[in-house]
Each structure stands twice: as structure tokens, then as C-alpha cells.
Design a protein around this ligand. Structure first.
Ligand code: ADP
Ligand code: ADP
Length: 280
């Protein structure tokens, strides 16, 4: 289509994304949230200065909802010293902040459908220009369509860059419902827990997962359940994943994609992700 990313999407979602990153990083100087009206920027089709210095480590963490992307991303972040950019987290921040992007995205997200390519490409094109992406970034939940992948490639190619690795977490659909329906998350950081498979320290053994027992291990703040983490919405999300997202793997090809069997215990899965994210 060759469309320009919309300024509204870039600005409003970018502010939400910055706020999210600031909250994850505890508000580091380079990532303080800006008001939408203060951050009017060129569209993604007119990028700012090219990225200088050594090649950025650019990778995609790929897999269906519930595969373990959010669970393992913090360990990859710590290892590569690059931020995880989750379009899902950014969109949820935009919905919570009531931005124009959030209003546009909410209905699709609740129904388990994809948000438009324009919106998410705008968010990412803006976000990867932030200072914390100087060494690279880990894309989580993006690109989710071949169109998004092509747009991403275009934006990166303008700086002589490209995606280096796609790490695919493989989990059979049948396993995902229990994972999704038992998921609790720490909203500010995106840290992911599970009532059975990865309970927070605050849940006493043998107790039911009531909100008072479900607290983030690090901050002790309350965990929450996502409104789209239902068996019904998962059906649509998996349909979209197989029809629209899996073709992205083919787009990047066997030379870049590495498959990991993510239907195993957390430590075994991490050992393979660790090996797949070695960087020269
Ligand atoms: P994604 O970000 O890919 O949607 P998450 O990382 O949030 O998925 O994981 C979904 C749920 O499954 C979470 O509740 C998480 O604790 C749990 N989980 C993640 N990996 C595993 C695993 N290997 N075995 C069992 N449960 C897991
Ligand atoms: P999960 O990996 O558990 O499906 P995410 O947090 O990545 O969930 O995404 C939640 C919702 O946000 C998706 O169901 C979709 O509506 C929207 N979304 C996130 N990323 C994208 C994207 N790249 N393209 C379109 N919609 C997206």
C-alpha cells in the first residue's frame, strides 16, 4: 500500500509507549513520558537522523498468545542490554490512558482481533528512535502480519538495518488455554505470572488465586488479569495468529528464524532461548 503512518497514531501511542517504558525502567531520564501535544514528530515515512555506531541487535520474539514471550523477554533484555518492545503492552497503556490510539484499538483488542497495521507500525517506528534503543531492541508481538513485517523492514532499511534473528516459541494450541486463563500480570512492568505454573511468592500454597494473594514479587503491587485473557477471545486470537502472523516466519525465512520447543518447563525453554540469542 505504501501508506504513511498517521501522525496521530505515532504521537499518541508514542507517548503511551514512553510512559510504559518509563514505568518499567523506574523513570530513567531518556524515557520520561511526554505529553502528546509536546511530541509532534515527523511521520515514520520521514525518519529522523540515521542510527550511528555499531549495528543494533534487532530481534523478534515470536509465538502465539501464551507461548512465554513476556515471561522470557526480561531475561533476554538483561542479557542483550536491549529493551523489549511489546506492542500489546503499549496498546494497553494507550487504552488505559484514553488516548486516541487507545480508543481506536480497544474494541479490536477486546474481541481478540488485530489492531490496524497503521497504528502498530506507527507506534514501533516512533519507539525505536528512543535513546534506550541505541544498542538494539527485542520486538514482542510485532510484526504480526506480513504487511507489518514489510513496513518494519522498510523503516530499518532506511538506516541500513535489518532484523537479525526471529526466535519462535512453539507451543501447541491445546496447551494455551490453561496458560492464558491462569495468567496474572504486573501492569507497570509487564511481568507475567501463572496461578499454577509460575505463581507469585505471595500466593500461599493450596490457596485460591484471590487478588489479595496475587502480588508482584519485586514491587508487591497487585497483579491483574487481562480483559482479553478469556477462552472465547483466545479462539479469535489463535485464528488471527495462524492466518495472519505465522506467514511472517516465512517472510524472514529459515536463515533468520530459530524454533524453540516452548512446551516444556521454564528453565528448559530458557536454556534454548539463551542459546538462540547469542550475538557475535
Ligand atoms: P505471551 O507473552 O507469549 O503471551 P506469557 O509469557 O505471558 O505469554 O505466558 C503466558 C502464561 O503462561 C503466563 O501465565 C506464564 O506464567 C505461563 N507460562 C509461560 N511459559 C510457561 C511454560 N514454559 N510452562 C508453563 N507455563 C508457562
Ligand atoms: P498476546 O501475545 O498474549 O496475544 P499481546 O499483548 O501481544 O497479546 O496483544 C494483545 C492484543 O493487542 C492483541 O490481541 C491485538 O489486539 C493487539 N496487538 C498487539 N500487537 C499487535 C500487532 N502487532 N498488530 C495488531 N494488533 C496487535
Amino acid at each position: 500500500m505504501g501508506q504513511k503512518f498517521s501522525v496521530v497514531a505515532v504521537v499518541a501511542a508514542g507517548a503511551a509507549a514512553a510512559a510504559h517504558v518509563a514505568s518499567k525502567a523506574g523513570g530513567s531520564p531518556g524515557s520520561s513520558p511526554k505529553k502528546a501535544e509536546e511530541t509532534e514528530k515527523p511521520t515514520a515515512a520521514e525518519p529522523e537522523a540515521a542510527v550511528a555506531g555499531p549495528a543494533r541487535k534487532i530481534m523478534i520474539l515470536f509465538g502465539p498468545p501464551g507461548a512465554g514471550k513476556g515471561t522470557h523477554a526480561p531475561k533476554i533484555e538483561a542479557k542483550l542490554q536491549t529493551p523489549q518492545l511489546s506492542t500489546g503492552d503499549m496498546l494497553r497503556a494507550a487504552v488505559a490512558a484514553g488516548t486516541a490510539v487507545g480508543k481506536q484499538a480497544k474494541a479490536a483488542m477486546d474481541a481478540g482481533a488485530l489492531v490496524t497495521d497503521d497504528i502498530v507500525c506507527g507506534i514501533i517506528a516512533d519507539r525505536i528512535k528512543e535513546p534506550d534503543c541505541t544498542s538494539g531492541f527485542i520486538l514482542d508481538g510485532f510484526p504480526r502480519t506480513v504487511e507489518q513485517a514489510k513496513k518494519l523492514d522498510e523503516v530499518l532499511a532506511k538506516n541500513g538495518e535489518a532484523v537479525a534473528k526471529v526466535v519462535e516459541l512453539r507451543v501447541p494450541d491445546a496447551v494455551l488455554e490453561e496458560r492464558i486463563c491462569g495468567r496474572w500480570v504486573h501492569k507497570a512492568s509487564g511481568r507475567s505470572y501463572h496461578v499454577k505454573f509460575n505463581p507469585p511468592k505471595s500466593l500461599p500454597k493450596g490457596k485460591k488465586a484471590k487478588p489479595k494473594y496475587m502480588l508482584d514479587d519485586l514491587t508487591k503491587e497487585p497483579l491483574m488479569q487481562r480483559s482479553d485473557d478469556t477462552a472465547e477471545a483466545l479462539v479469535s486470537r489463535l485464528k488471527a495468529y495462524h492466518a495472519q502472523t505465522v506467514p511472517v516466519l516465512q517472510h524472514y525465512g529459515a536463515g533468520k528464524a530459530v524454533g524453540v520447543d516452548a512446551n516444556r518447563g521454564l528453565d528448559a525453554v530458557w536454556a534454548d532461548i539463551d542459546a538462540a540469542t547469542e550475538w557475535d
